[in-house]
Design a protein around this ligand. Structure first.
Ligand code: HEM
Length: 422
C-alpha cells in the first residue's frame, strides 16, 4: 500500500497533525468506562475527528460529532474503506494478539469487513434472509424464550436481569431464527464463550465454533426449513461463506441486543418518567428503548474505517493506515444536534444502528426482540424494583460495547407458567 507517511511502530496520528494536541486520549480503562461522555466532551473540544488510543498501544481516530460520523459513513466505500487490510500496524504485526481492539477489528471473511461488490453480494444475502423473518412469529418466539428464562427465577423473588435474562435471551432467539437444534446451539454458546474468554484453548474453541456452524449448514442443505440459515443457502452462499455469515449474524445480533435490553430495563426501573407509567401501559416501552438508543447506544464506538488516499475533513488531515472509529454515542450526544432530550422518544434520527452501506440490516428485528423482552419482564414480575441504589450499577469495561455488569432486582415471588424443568 502506498502512503505519504509510513507510520512507525507505536506512533500515533496525533503526532502527524499540523498542531498536535497534547496526546491521544484513551478510550478504554476505568475512567472511560465510568463516564464515557466526559471523554467524548474532552475529545469534542479538540475537534470533530480526533486521535485516540483505542486500546493499549493501538492508535487511531475517533469521530465525535454527528456531522463527522455521517460524513464518514456516507462516504464509505468511495473515500473510506472498511477492509482492515488498510490497517498498517496490523499488517506489520504491531497490534498485540491479545488486544481487545484486534479481537474486534481484525479482518474476517464476512460482509462486515468487505467493500464494494463483494460486500454488496454478501450483504444482499443477509438482508434478503432477514427480510423473510415474520416479525409476529419473532415476537411470539421471544415471548416464549422470555417466559422460559423468567420461569427459572420467578419463585425466588429476586434475580440478576443481566446474567439471567438480557444476556441469554438474544442468543437463544438468534438460534431459533437460524432453525438451530438445541444441542447444536448449546455447543455454539459454549464455544463462543471460550473464544471470548481468550484462554489457552481459544483457538481450539474457534475451530469447534466453525465446525458447529458448518454442521448447521449441512443440516439445512439436507433438510431446509423456514429459517434464516435456509434462506442464506438459497441466496447461493458457499459452505465457507455460510460459516462466516452465521458467525457474523450471531456476533452482530446477540451482544448489542443483550446490552440494549439491559440498558432499557435499567431505564424503566430508574427513570420516574417511565417507572410506573410503563406498568400502567400509559407509555410504551418502545419510548424508553428509543431514548436509550440516543443516550446509551449498545454499540457506542465501532465501524473502523480507513482513509483511501489523502482525506481532509473540516481542515483535519486523516492519516492513511490508521483506523478511524465512529463514536455513535458521541455523535448522538453532539450538542450541535438540535434534538432536545425530551423529544427523543419515537425519534429515530440517532446513529445507534449506524448509517450508510454497512448500517445495521436488522433494526426492526432488534426492536421487536428488545420490546418483547421488556414487556414480558414487566408483565411477569409484579412489583419489579431495583435491589440496589442506581449508583451501584456499572458498565462492563470496553470501548465497543456498552452494557451493564448486572441488574439486581426484587419482585413478588410468582408462579412459573411453563412446564420446563428447573
Ligand atoms: C439493539 C441491537 C443492535 C444494534 C444497536 C446494532 C448495531 C449495529 C451497528 C452499529 C452496526 C454497524 C457496524 C459496523 O459498521 O462496523 C451493525 C451492523 C450489523 N448488524 Fe446490527 N445491531 C443490533 C442488532 C442486530 C440484529 C438483531 C441483527 C441480526 C439479526 C444484526 C445484524 C447486523 C449485521 C449482519 C451487521 C453488518 C452489516 C454490514 O456490514 O453490512 N444487528 N449493527
Amino acid at each position: 500500500m502506498t502512503t505519504h507517511h509510513q507510520p512507525v511502530a507505536g506512533h500515533c496520528p496525533a503526532h502527524k497533525q499540523p498542531q498536535p494536541p497534547t496526546g491521544p486520549i484513551p478510550i478504554y480503562g476505568d475512567a472511560f468506562t465510568a463516564d464515557p461522555h466526559a471523554t467524548y466532551r474532552r475529545l469534542r473540544a479538540r475537534g470533530p475527528i480526533v486521535p485516540v488510543e483505542i486500546s493499549p498501544s493501538v492508535y487511531g481516530y475517533l469521530a465525535v460529532t454527528y456531522r463527522a460520523a455521517v460524513y464518514l459513513l456516507r462516504n464509505t466505500p468511495a473515500r473510506f474503506a472498511k477492509d482492515p487490510w488498510h490497517w498498517e500496524a496490523l499488517q506489520r504485526g504491531e497490534v498485540p494478539v491479545d488486544s481487545p481492539a484486534r479481537m474486534m477489528m481484525q479482518p474476517r471473511d464476512n460482509a462486515l469487513w468487505k467493500d464494494g461488490p463483494e460486500h454488496t453480494r454478501l450483504r444482499r444475502a443477509i438482508t434478503g434472509a432477514l427480510a423473510r423473518v415474520d416479525t409476529h412469529v419473532l415476537a411470539t418466539t421471544v415471548a416464549r424464550i422470555a417466559d422460559q428464562l423468567i420461569d427459572f427465577f420467578a419463585a425466588d423473588g429476586q434475580a440478576d436481569l443481566v446474567t439471567q435474562y438480557s444476556d441469554p435471551l438474544p442468543m437463544l432467539t438468534v438460534f431459533e431464527l437460524f432453525g438451530c437444534p438445541q444441542e447444536l446451539g448449546s455447543r455454539i454458546v459454549g464455544a463462543v464463550t471460550r473464544v471470548f474468554d481468550g484462554g489457552a484453548d481459544s483457538s481450539q474453541a474457534n475451530t469447534e465454533l466453525e465446525d458447529a456452524c458448518l454442521e448447521l449448514t449441512h443440516l439445512k442443505r439436507y433438510r431446509p426449513g423456514r429459517d434464516v440459515a435456509t434462506y442464506l443457502i438459497a441466496a447461493g452462499l458457499t459452505d465457507t461463506e455460510m460459516v462466516q455469515t452465521i458467525l457474523l449474524v450471531i456476533g452482530a445480533a446477540a451482544p448489542p441486543t443483550s446490552n440494549h435490553i439491559g440498558n432499557g430495563l435499567r431505564r424503566v426501573l430508574t427513570d420516574p418518567r417511565f417507572a410506573g407509567s410503563v406498568h400502567d401501559g400509559v407509555r410504551p416501552v418502545a419510548d424508553a428503548l428509543d431514548e436509550v438508543l440516543w443516550d446509551n447506544p449498545p454499540v457506542p464506538n465501532y465501524s473502523p474505517l480507513y482513509a483511501l488516499g489523502q482525506q481532509i475533513f473540516e481542515g483535519i488531515h486523516l492519516e492513511q493506515g490508521y483506523p478511524i472509529l465512529v463514536s455513535f454515542a458521541a455523535a448522538n450526544s453532539d450538542p450541535l444536534l438540535a434534538v432536545a432530550p425530551g423529544a427523543r422518544a419515537g425519534n429515530r434520527g440517532h446513529l445507534a444502528f449506524s448509517a450508510g452501506v454497512h448500517a445495521c440490516p436488522a433494526p426492526d428485528l432488534a426492536r421487536v426482540i428488545a420490546e418483547t423482552a421488556l414487556e414480558r419482564a414487566l408483565d411477569r414480575l409484579p412489583g419489579l424494583v431495583l435491589e440496589v441504589p442506581e449508583d451501584e450499577l456499572h458498565n462492563r469495561p470496553g470501548t465497543f460495547l456498552a452494557g451493564l455488569t448486572r441488574l439486581p432486582v426484587r419482585f413478588q415471588p410468582c408462579t412459573r407458567i411453563a412446564s420446563y424443568g428447573r
